[in-house]
Ligand binder design. Structure first.
Ligand code: DGL
Length: 265
């Protein structure tokens, strides 16, 4: 089973920031990526709807006999992990726990900020995970719903982007946090602007690299690390393949040679 692929899904292209880290840290693993571009955004939908979508996405990935699934979407991770773990008998890895753990490790003043979609922030999933690791950390969270469309549009350094980021992050600056979790897989592309607005003393946590470490540890413990020399990755989207490829390449930082439509939606 070591050479079976790893399945990864997101509501769209954001999860490719996680794939990028997986390529870097687990180069022998074959990845099957699914972006649910037909139903994006998840961030404004109800937990029940997101659970239903997540189970359908995982069902699709199971057809490829995946050995583990990464839920590379904070919104789906914050609402659907329990439902997925009940339904599927393979390890399911979310993006919330690794980011929460990292933030608790690196904060010095015990003030951590979280930014994400409305649904992620409302779920309080990060707060709950942070409490597992420390009771002393004060958490300040803020939904930033305009960040996803800005990233999808490729407006990463425009003046308007800077102004919007500044406005959303003001309450976090006032609270003098020293660590900020990017609680949405789209946000790493805005990291330079976010960092500029928050100041260099604020450490930015992007769960993608911690997730890749967690996947490595799980597969290692199970004896299921792959030994493939040239894994053949597969990319699927539920709609608008061209847009998925064009924007997706920015997230991934490399070319997507082929993407196919997943037609269960
Ligand atoms: N990538 C999703 C997340 O991490 C955000 C996009 C959406 O709202 O679907 O939460």
């Amino acid at each position: 089973m070591g050479n079976h692929p790893i399945g990864i899904f997101d509501s769209g292209v954001g999860g490719l920031t996680v794939v990028k880290q997986m390529f870097k840290k687990l180069p022998s693993e074959e990845i099957v990526y699914l972006g649910d571009t037909a139903r994006v955004p998840y961030g404004t939908k109800s937990p029940e709807t997101i659970k239903k979508y997540s189970v359908e996405n995982a069902d699709f990935l199971m057809k490829f006999k995946v050995k583990l699934i990464v839920v590379a979407c904070n919104t789906a991770s914050s609402t659907s992990l329990d439902a997925l773990r009940e339904e599927f008998n393979i390890p399911i890895v979310g993006v919330i726990k690794p980011g929460a753990e990292k933030a608790v490790q690196i904060t010095r003043n015990n003030r951590v900020g979280i930014i994400g979609t409305y649904t992620t922030v409302k779920s309080k999933a990060y707060e709950k995970e942070i409490r597992h690791f420390s009771r002393d950390v004060e958490v300040v969270s803020k939904a930033c719903p305009l960040f996803v469309p800005l990233v999808e549009e490729g407006w990463l350094k425009e003046e308007v982007t800077f102004d919007i980021v500044k406005k959303y992050l003001k309450p976090l600056r006032v609270k003098k946090i020293d660590t900020l979790i990017l609680g949405c897989t789209h946000y790493p592309l805005l990291k330079p602007v976010i960092s500029k607005v928050m100041g260099r003393h604020v450490k930015i946590v992007d769960s993608a690299s911690s997730v890749a470490d967690e996947v490595h540890n799980i597969l290692m413990a199970l004896g299921k690390l792959s030994e493939q020399k040239k894994p053949a990755h597969k990319f699927f989207a539920t709609d608008a393949i061209e847009h998925f490829v064009r924007v997706g390449e920015k997230f991934l930082g490399t070319k997507i040679n082929r993407a196919e439509r997943a037609d269960y939606v």
